[in-house]
Design a protein around this ligand. Structure first.
Ligand SMILES: NC(=O)c1ccc[n+]([C@@H]2O[C@H](COP(=O)([O-])OP(=O)(O)OC[C@H]3O[C@@H](n4cnc5c(N)ncnc54)[C@H](O)[C@@H]3O)[C@@H](O)[C@H]2O)c1
Ligand SMILES: *[C@@H]1O[C@H](CO)[C@@H](O)[C@H](O)[C@H]1NC(C)=O
Ligand SMILES: *[C@@H]1O[C@H](CO)[C@@H](O)[C@H](O)[C@H]1NC(C)=O
Ligand SMILES: CC(=O)N[C@H]1CO[C@H](CO)[C@@H](O)[C@@H]1O
Length: 307
């Protein structure tokens, strides 16, 4: 007997990340090969004709797990009885737009979507915020949904994590699966700090620290960090479009690893804060810089929230 379908929302569903993401979700890569899915697809009204095309393509994939597709521009439809919400859509930066005005527009969107989660979604809903500024949008959504545990909200840093892991793996000539405990601290921007001080690499049959495996501290403290920090900009420069395939893959990794094992009842708590990590002065200065950026953005966002 097949399980009851779960209801999964993707916002920004007519956009380029969603175009890479929806197929993976609908074919079972995230919630499991035996979990039927109802996909709710939210975008703004002018994008509904495009969204209709995406719906047609999903139908044409003839996927066994995809039970229903509900495209809409209405929050009360999109957020109803959700098990999982992936909030990809946000206000993009327009020519000449001030950073403050952009933040204000996004606070309005995520306040409204947070309230819709609070009102219409299941209380057990797992929420992943992708739309930038992702960290602050996530905070706004969580604050606007007081009846849903804040632990159930997270924002996407997995793309940065995957980028860092892959850079280390390529340098060592091993698969990325043999690199673990890379950390990304701070804002999802060029001040983020990819930290390899706790990273372990499985190479030539033994487990080494990243520093011992790579034997080039200058690279690890220099070009490695800037490459990861500026990877998004490098992709835009080359592709003339922002990362979409890799963002979609990261969303799937994130949802599967930290959210949905509990959704599927494997275990109750699927993430925790790691205490007592040793942090050296080099790391601390980099963490402080990116934390300051987040605090500033939070303080501005809160004034727009009116709390
Ligand atoms: N956190 C990360 O690692 C990460 C990585 C890549 C991209 N992003 C961000 O993800 C977002 C989407 O990227 P994309 O390349 O798919 O952009 P895109 O412009 O191709 O698509 C965004 C879609 O969102 C829709 N949208 C805008 N406002 C909306 C709203 N209020 N409700 C529902 N839909 C809305 C747009 O109409 C559009 O269809 C951007 O904010 C981007 O900066 C984050
Ligand atoms: C934090 O990162 C986001 C991208 O997620 C960026 O849009 C924002 O400008 C950054 N914040 C600050 C204060 O620089
Ligand atoms: C480490 O890599 C070797 C192959 O090089 C593999 O056989 C072994 O299982 C790996 N160990 C771990 C812990 O992944
Ligand atoms: C990580 C996570 O999703 N935590 C919680 C989400 O909310 C439910 C209750 O609504 C908790 O049981 C989960 O542990």
């Amino acid at each position: 007997m097949q399980a009851e379908p779960i209801r999964v929302l993707v916002t920004g569903a007519a956009g380029q990340i969603a175009y890479s993401l929806l197929f993976s979700i609908a074919k079972g890569d995230v919630f499991g090969q035996d979990q039927p899915i109802i996909l709710l697809l939210l975008d703004i009204t002018p994008m509904l004709p495009v969204l209709e095309g995406v719906v047609m393509e999903l139908q044409d994939c003839a996927l066994p797990l995809l039970k229903e597709i509900i495209p809409t521009d209405k929050e009360e439809v999109a957020f109803k009885d959700l098990d999982a919400a992936i909030l990809v859509g946000s206000m993009p930066r327009k020519e000449g737009m001030e950073r403050k005005d952009l933040l204000k527009a996004n606070v309005a969107i995520f306040k409204s979507q947070g309230a819709a989660l609070d009102k219409y979604a299941k209380k057990t809903v797992k929420v992943l915020v992708v739309g930038n500024p992702a960290n602050t949008n996530c905070l706004v959504a969580a604050k606007s949904a007081p009846s849903i545990p804040k632990e159930n909200f997270s924002c996407l840093t997995r793309l940065d994590h995957n980028r860092a892991r892959s850079q280390v793996a390529m340098r060592c000539g091993i698969p990325a699966t043999q690199v673990k405990n890379v950390i990304i601290w701070g804002n999802h921007s060029s001040t983020q700090y990819p930290d390899v001080h706790h990273c372990k690499v499985n190479m030539s049959g033994s487990e080494l620290t990243c520093f011992d495996a790579i034997k080039d501290d200058d690279w690890l403290k220099g070009d490695f960090i800037t490459t990861v920090q500026q990877r998004g900009a490098a992709v835009i420069k080359a592709r003339k479009l922002s990362s979409a395939m890799s963002a979609a893959k990261a969303i799937c990794d994130h949802m599967r690893d930290i959210c949905c094992k509990s959704l599927l009842g494997y275990c109750h708590w699927t993430w925790k804060i790691v205490d007592s990590l040793a942090i050296n002065d080099f790391s601390k200065s980099k963490m402080d810089a990116t934390a300051a950026e987040l605090v500033e953005e939070r303080d501005t966002a809160v004034t727009f929230l009116g709390v």
